[in-house]
Design a binder for this molecule. Structure first.
Ligand code: ASP
Ligand code: MG
Length: 404
């Protein structure tokens, strides 16, 4: 007998038909003799709908009240799914984050799980009940409901799997696993049997929207045995683990794209120590996350610093910098929203000379200009014109995985 955590995303529970299908999958796992904890997201685009409703009433609503509202979507899902299971004659109970003992930090809209009090859920499992827990929500010190950030139900599931030392944490979604690239862009993309936590983490943070970033961080930290699979087909998905047996001859796990970024350049900064510190300290004080950074070689006592931010932060970034123009002493700012980032991820990528060259060769052959480059031990990212992004993903993917 094993303890299995199963998480189903919004599309998997979108309506009664899908919910019944999900109840069927849960029932199968339970009837095989396993303990089952289920984590559900809100149905379909319920969360977006709730955000719209809030905006109609008050676009400046407080984050606390937003959390009070947004957390209701998940509550609907677990109650309905429990009803489906009851209808099948199976013992089950649905719980909110509060009932399930999920304690979080206080930051509304972006809370982190701090601790899970396992007593209640453990008691229910001991009674052989299937336990359904609302994803995406937590409870802060004051007893207020928090949410974990968009897509946060994955993190709820992994945190529960870690707290209960589950044998397996299955993340069911509408794709059947992690692919070498988005199959909608690269029809020849292949499903990976397995991928390392680090590779998955890089892919998740480079725009592959399969798993919530923090869920992968948690899985890595607590060595959670993770599987991403489809709720619509019964076949195994992609296993996310510490070390994989590399059967592929290529060293890369996948190619990801991100078109949600913008580039900002500060032109004509003084070429003095501390300038970069001042700029990025200022941005971090305003909670603006900066990604790829490039500093030009100084010419005649001035230099330029370019960096990328999330598109949603662009207006704030420019405003904050303009406001401090006198102290930062730059000539002017340029901003470009029409850029995108393509990232190639693979363990051992940078230690294999030739991989980077192959990426640049693919781009050269496709006649694509690179604006900026950044690397980590297991990733190479290039910044491109937004309209070249999909072509670049295909060209690079073909180069490494062949055209068929
Ligand atoms: N329902 C939330 C969202 O749409 C959380 C989740 O689906 O994971 O972001
Ligand atoms: Mg999701």
């Amino acid at each position: 007998m094993s303890l299995i955590v199963q998480k189903f995303g919004g599309s998997s529970v979108q309506d009664a038909k899908h919910l019944r299908n999900v109840a069927g999958l849960i029932a199968e796992t339970y009837l095989e003799g396993n303990d089952v904890i289920v984590v559900l997201s809100a149905q379909g685009d319920t969360t977006d709908g709730l955000i719209e409703k809030a905006c109609e009433i008050n676009p400046g609503a407080s984050k606390r009240e937003m959390d009070m509202l947004l957390s209701t979507g998940e509550q609907i899902s677990v109650a309905l799914c429990a009803m489906a299971l009851e209808g099948m004659g199976l013992p089950c109970v649905s719980l909110t984050a509060w009932q399930a003992g999920i304690q979080s930090t206080s930051v509304h809209g972006d809370a982190r799980i701090k601790k899970i009090d396992t007593e209640r859920v453990r008691g229910e499992l001991d009674q052989h009940r299937i336990v359904l827990v609302t994803g995406f929500q937590g409870l802060n010190r004051r007893g207020d409901i928090t949410t974990l950030g968009r897509g946060g139900s994955d993190t709820s599931a992994v945190a529960l799997a870690a707290a209960f030392q589950a044998d397996l944490c299955q993340i069911f979604t509408d794709v059947d696993g992690v692919y070498t690239a988005d199959p909608r862009i690269v029809p020849t993309a292949r499903k990976l049997e397995e991928i390392t936590y680090d590779e998955m983490l890089e892919l998740a943070s480079q725009g592959a929207q399969i798993l919530h970033n923090r869920s992968v961080e948690l899985a890595k930290k607590f060595r959670v045995n993770l599987e991403v699979l489809s709720s619509l087909e019964r076949k195994s998905g992609t296993h996310v683990k510490e070390v994989t047996k590399k059967v592929e001859k290529t060293n890369i796990a996948g190619v990801a794209r991100d078109v949600s970024i913008a580039r900002v350049a500060l032109v004509g900064l003084e070429h003095n120590p501390g300038v970069a510190f001042q700029v990025f300290h200022l941005l971090s004080k305003h909670n603006i996350n900066v990604d790829v950074i490039l500093q030009s070689i100084g010419r005649e006592d001035t230099k330029d610093i370019s960096f990328t931010v999330h598109k949603k932060d662009l207006a704030d970034t420019v405003a904050v910098l303009e406001e401090h123009k006198d102290t930062l002493r730059f000539d002017h700012i340029t901003a470009d929203e029409h850029i995108g980032k393509v990232s190639v991820v693979g363990v051992g990528l940078m230690s294999n000379s030739g991989v980077a060259a192959k990426i640049f060769e693919a781009l050269y052959e496709a006649g694509i200009n690179i604006q900026m480059i950044s690397t980590s031990e297991i990733r190479v990212s290039v910044l491109l014109d937004e309209e070249d992004v999909n072509r670049a993903v295909r060209a690079i993917h073909d180069k490494f995985f062949g055209e068929v």
